[in-house]
Design a protein around this ligand. Structure first.
Ligand SMILES: Cc1cc2nc3c(=O)[nH]c(=O)nc-3n(C[C@H](O)[C@H](O)[C@H](O)COP(=O)(O)O)c2cc1C
Length: 165
């Protein structure tokens, strides 16, 4: 046993969940970012918790619109999913530049990304400041299965996306 730095546990605790968080701003511009810091928070009622960098574009949009869609991408869109983590929707139209296709499942306000296994429609309940991130608690208002393919996880401290099945 040895004492280690907290930062080292980021890679050592891999693989991490990985999702694509889709938003639509008040002027209708859609965006998608990669997230690993999310989890079910309650099943009755169904709630999801996710943590976003406090200065980030996606958190700013959700703060204004109160809705988002969280998808679990498959290998079909692995490279595009990682690319969604490398630029900001503040100055890039990632959906257009990456050629991502979207679909609006029944009961969703914000579209899901084609090539995902499942998607959840989220409605913001409350937020809490947590250091350099903001914790978002959201109601899951609908869910949809888009594919039977296994979804991706983040390996190596968020450096690589792979499926585990
Ligand atoms: C595997 C992986 C997981 C990530 N998870 C999160 C996360 O949970 N929360 C977060 O704020 N940023 C996370 N990021 C960073 C964002 O995806 C990145 O900052 C993105 O460019 C933000 O997009 P936006 O500016 O369009 O909102 C992650 C990056 C990678 C590579």
């Amino acid at each position: 046993m040895k004492k280690i730095e907290i930062m080292e546990t980021v890679a050592l605790s891999s693989p991490h969940l990985f999702g694509l968080l889709v938003t639509r701003s008040e002027d209708g511009r859609r965006n998608v970012m990669g997230v690993s810091w999310f989890s079910f928070a309650s099943l009755k009622p169904a709630k999801m918790v996710f943590c976003l960098g406090s200065k980030g574009y996606t958190g700013e949009v959700i703060g204004k619109t109160g809705v988002a869609t969280l998808c679990l991408p498959t290998e079909q869109i692995e490279k595009k999913a990682m690319a969604c983590c490398k630029s900001s929707g503040r100055d890039t139209d990632k959906i257009a530049s990456l050629g991502l296709e979207t679909i609006l499942p029944e009961g969703f306000d914000v579209p899901a990304i084609v090539g995902s296994r499942i998607a959840w429609a989220l409605k913001l309940d409350q937020t809490m400041q947590a250091g350099d991130h903001t914790v978002f608690l959201a109601d899951i208002t609908a869910a949809a299965q888009l594919s039977d393919e296994p979804s991706l996880y983040a390996f190596g401290g968020y450096s690589e996306l792979k499926s585990v099945e």
